[in-house]
Ligand binder design. Structure first.
Ligand code: HEM
Length: 473
């Protein structure tokens, strides 16, 4: 944590930035290619014997004017990033650079706003209204969209012996979100089934500077990590998405206007929240869930089958929030996946004043205006907090284990706290936890067990189902 003083030994923040320009490029090449993120942070933490140190973060030149950050890699220093009385979250959603607002209709959308900005309060109020007014649609719309997904996977396995989860999940996820949030089924509109592919292109324009796409480095680095992709190339596609949202979200836009938000600005925000925050989240996190559940073996699958089916049975055969709440192993499995592989691993914030930050061992002085950066997987796998931190322990958060939920940080805040108008915690936190639980519930109501092959993709795991054994009880 942090304050103005500390009882721990003071230490100068170790590390550094190297020569201007060259240092930033060297760190960028290490981060993406020579080492990869995990080794990049681990090797520096070892070298400096500290979980807090200075480094550059990508992209650096010529996209970010200042790549210098203070890296936080433990569960004690990390939460300073959530304390908006001490840090500013203005324009830091993607890190040391901000994508052109031409990609979001000319607006700085909610994710880039600091809570001190009046528009942050208005837009978050608007989203809370939307989420509340549509909450009763989550369970039924999830069931119907993911039933269609499972049917298509079964067909794929019957015909070809295997079925990829990625594209099917993108389609199901987008349809689920639009049906649940707006009552619109995209395939029945002029957008058809093009939503996910357009969104992925649009996402690429925003996050290419901070991703390795798997192309050779001599091609990738001097291009997408050095210059932003020109927004005009995606303008037509974006307009198609925007028109779809404008037509689908009328009832919500009326409410936005009554809250003082212009209709167009509200619509660009709904597009962003649905396509970047929510679709992006489902795209990354659902394969992660399947991967970890599969990797834990058949015994876990059998225990989940037993727990989920008996809770639903004793609830009159219905999946409800109350029935889901009783599934303590399943709930722990989701928290454990969020802990071991947080879907959004990078968080940034700027010191608002001079600060003292504490790791487990030391206290460090930070100057006003310095950029703080946390690599979340190190905070949520901090060996001082979690036993066997690198192991997926399905029942880690059952019973007494619930006390550890304060250290689960995927939502840009502790799992024991919730989003408010005054903080930057994920507005969709409860929805995310619910739809993630529903994925596992639907899987084990329908199947006794499943098998997958795991590969890598630019955004998370690539999962292919090779077997889906239909429920026998
Ligand atoms: C797996 C899915 C999701 C993940 C992993 C996720 C993660 C996050 C994270 C880490 C942040 C903070 C980013 C930062 O400022 O550093 C955030 C913010 C936000 N998320 Fe989510 N999110 C997910 C889904 C959703 C959904 C479903 C919604 C809404 C329907 C949503 C709406 C938002 C909004 C509006 C913010 C900005 C909050 C603010 O400005 O106060 N997210 N999310």
């Amino acid at each position: 944590m942090s304050s103005e003083s500390s009882n721990l030994p003071m230490r100068e923040i170790p590390g550094g930035y190297g020569l201007p320009f060259i240092g930033a490029i060297k760190d960028r090449l290490d981060y993406f290619y020579n080492q990869g993120p995990e080794k990049f942070f681990q090797s520096r933490a070892q070298k400096y014997k500290s979980t807090v140190f200075r480094s550059n973060m990508p992209p650096g030149p010529f996209i970010a004017s200042n790549p210098k950050v203070i890296v936080l890699l433990d569960a004690k220093s990390f939460p300073i990033l959530f304390d908006v009385t001490k840090v500013e979250k203005r324009n830091v959603f993607t890190g040391t650079f901000m994508p052109s607002t031409k990609l979001t209709g000319g607006y700085r959308v909610l994710s880039y706003l600091d809570p001190s900005e009046a528009r942050h309060t208005q837009l978050k109020t608007f989203l809370f209204f939307l989420l509340k007014s549509r909450s009763s649609y989550v369970i039924p719309e999830f069931h119907s969209t993911y039933t269609a997904l499972f049917e298509s996977l079964e067909k794929g396995i019957a015909e070809e012996g295997k079925a990829g989860f990625g594209n099917a999940n993108d389609q199901a996820g987008f349809n689920f979100l639009c049906r649940m949030l707006y009552g619109t089924n995209p395939p029945e509109t002029s957008l058809g089934t093009d939503g996910p592919s357009i969104i992925q292109k649009w996402l690429l324009f925003q996050i290419a500077p901070i991703k390795a796409l798997g192309l050779p480095k001599f091609l990738e680095d001097p291009t997408i990590h050095t210059f932003p992709l020109p927004p005009f190339l995606i303008k037509k596609d974006y307009k198609r998405l925007y028109d779809f949202f404008y037509k689908s979200t009328g009832f919500a836009l009326d409410e936005a206007v009554s809250l003082g938000i212009p209709r167009e600005e509200a619509c660009h925000n709904l597009l962003f929240t649905t396509c970047f925050n929510s679709f992006g989240g489902i795209k990354i996190f659902f394969p992660t869930i399947v991967k970890w559940v599969a990797s834990a073996g058949v015994e876990l699958q059998a225990r989940l089958v037993e727990e989920i089916r008996s809770a639903v049975k004793s609830n009159g055969g219905k999946v409800t929030i109350a029935a889901v709440e009783k599934m303590s192993l399943m709930k722990s499995v989701i928290y454990e996946a969020l802990r071991i592989e947080p879907p959004v691993p990078l968080q940034y914030a700027k010191a608002k004043t001079d600060l003292v930050i504490e790791s487990h061992e030391n206290a460090f002085k930070v100057k006003k205006g310095e950029m703080l950066f946390g690599y979340q997987p190190f905070a949520t796998k901090d060996p001082k907090i979690f036993e066997n931190p690198d192991k997926f322990v399905p029942d880690r958060f059952v019973g007494e284990g619930e006390k550890l939920l304060q250290y689960v940080l995927w939502s840009n805040g502790p799992e024991t706290e919730g989003p408010t108008l005054a903080n930057k915690q994920c507005a969709g936190k409860d929805l995310v936890v619910l739809f993630s639980r529903l994925l596992v519930v639907e899987l084990f109501l329908r199947y006794d067990s499943f098998q997958v092959q795991i590969g890598h993709s630019a955004l998370g795991a690539s999962v292919t189902f090779t077997s889906l054994k239909k429920a026998t009880s």
